[in-house]
Ligand binder design. Structure first.
Ligand code: SAM
Length: 291
C-alpha cells in the first residue's frame, strides 16, 4: 500500500486529525499511476538529488525517495511536519525542511545533501497560488538545477510552454523559455486530488539550456520590455512601448530609431515577437538610451 492510495490517505488524515488549508493550496494526489508517471517523466534514479516543494503528507515524496539518491522537501505547514515524520519514517534519504520555499536560502540548503555534487532536479506538485513566484525564485537562485518536473494548473503550463502567435504566449513564456525548454508532459484530471481543485492540471517538464536561448546585453531589461509589450495584448507594440517609456516627441523619436535598429514594425503586436526579437528590441532600446 502507498501513502497515495485513497484508503491510506484517508486513514492518515483521520489519524492526525488533519484539515486542509485552502490558503496553502493543499490538494493531495491520490493516484499512484500518476505518481509513477511523474517519476518516470523526471527520469529519477540513484544518481540524482531531488528538491520537492510542498510534500503534503508525502504521497510524491515516497515515490521520489524510493528512486532518488536523496530528497529535500520544503513544507510551509507546521502541522504536516509530525505527519511526514510518521509517513516517511522508513526512509533515511529524506530531509523535510519546515520553511516557506520563497524564503529559503537554497544555495545554503543544498549543501546539506550528503552528496551535494550530484545533479539536482526539482519535482513537485506545486501549490497553485504561487506557481510563478516559485519558478522564478528557483530559476533566479542560480542553482544549476538540471530539470524541473512540476505539476501546476494546466492553463499556467500552457502559458509557460507557449509559442509566439498563440493566445497563451506572453512574458511568462519568455521569462522561463529564456533559461529552459518547456514542454507539457501530460494532463492530470482534477478528480485524482483530495480535495479536488476546480481546474485541471498538467505536468510541465522544463530542462535547463546550456546557455540562455539568446544573447542579450541586460537580462532584466529584456524581461521588463517583454512584460511592457504584453500589458495590453490587443494593442500594438508601439502603443505598449509609448505607455511604458513615455509619449514626448523626444521619446517617440528614440523609439522609432530603436524599432528601426531592431527591424520591427511599430504596428506589430507583442505576441508576434519571438524571444530573439525581444532581445534585439531590448538591446536597441538601450542603445538609444531608453530604459
Ligand atoms: N505533494 C503533495 C501531494 O502531491 O499530494 C502535496 C501537494 S499540495 C498541491 C501543495 C503543498 O505545498 C501543500 O503541502 C502545502 O502546504 C505546501 N506549500 C504551500 N505553500 C508553500 C510554500 N510557500 N513553501 C513550501 N510549501 C508550501
Amino acid at each position: 500500500m502507498r501513502i497515495a492510495d485513497k484508503t491510506v490517505t484517508r486513514a492518515i488524515l483521520e489519524r492526525h486529525g488533519f484539515t486542509f488549508k485552502k490558503s496553502f493550496g493543499q490538494n493531495f494526489l491520490t493516484d499512484t499511476n500518476i505518481l509513477q508517471k511523474i517519476v518516470d517523466t523526471a527520469e529519477i534514479d540513484k544518481g540524482v538529488n531531488v528538491i520537492e516543494i510542498g510534500p503534503g503528507i508525502g504521497a510524491l515524496t515516497e515515490f521520489l525517495a524510493e528512486n532518488a539518491a536523496e530528497v529535500m522537501a520544503f513544507e510551509i505547514d507546521d502541522r504536516l511536519i509530525p505527519i511526514l515524520a510518521d509517513t516517511l519514517r522508513d526512509f533515511d534519504n529524506v530531509q523535510v525542511v519546515n520553511q516557506d520555499i520563497l524564503k529559503a536560502d537554497l544555495q545554503t540548503q543544498i549543501k546539506a545533501f550528503k552528496n551535494p555534487d550530484l545533479p539536482i532536479k526539482v519535482v513537485a506538485n506545486l501549490p497553485y497560488y504561487i506557481t510563478t513566484p516559485i519558478l522564478m525564485h528557483l530559476i533566479e537562485s542560480k542553482i544549476p538545477f538540471q530539470e524541473f518536473v512540476v505539476m501546476m494548473q494546466k492553463e499556467v503550463a500552457d502559458r509557460i510552454s507557449a509559442e509566439p502567435n498563440t493566445k497563451a504566449y506572453g512574458s511568462l513564456s519568455i521569462a522561463v523559455q529564456y533559461y529552459m525548454t518547456a514542454k507539457v508532459a501530460f494532463i492530470v484530471p482534477r478528480t485524482v486530488f483530495v480535495p479536488a481543485p476546480n481546474v485541471d492540471s498538467a505536468i510541465l517538464k522544463m530542462t535547463r539550456r546550456e546557455t540562455p536561448l539568446v544573447d542579450v546585453k541586460n537580462e532584466d531589461f529584456l524581461f521588463d520590455v517583454s512584460k511592457a509589450s504584453f500589458v495590453h495584448r490587443r494593442k500594438t507594440l508601439w502603443n505598449n512601448l509609448t505607455n511604458r517609456f513615455g509619449k514626448s516627441d523626444e521619446v517617440k523619436a528614440k523609439l522609432e530609431k530603436a524599432l528601426e535598429i531592431a527591424e520591427l514594425a511599430p504596428n506589430v503586436r507583442g505576441e508576434a515577437l519571438s524571444i530573439e526579437d525581444f532581445a534585439r528590441l531590448s538591446d536597441a532600446l538601450e542603445s538609444v538610451a531608453l530604459y
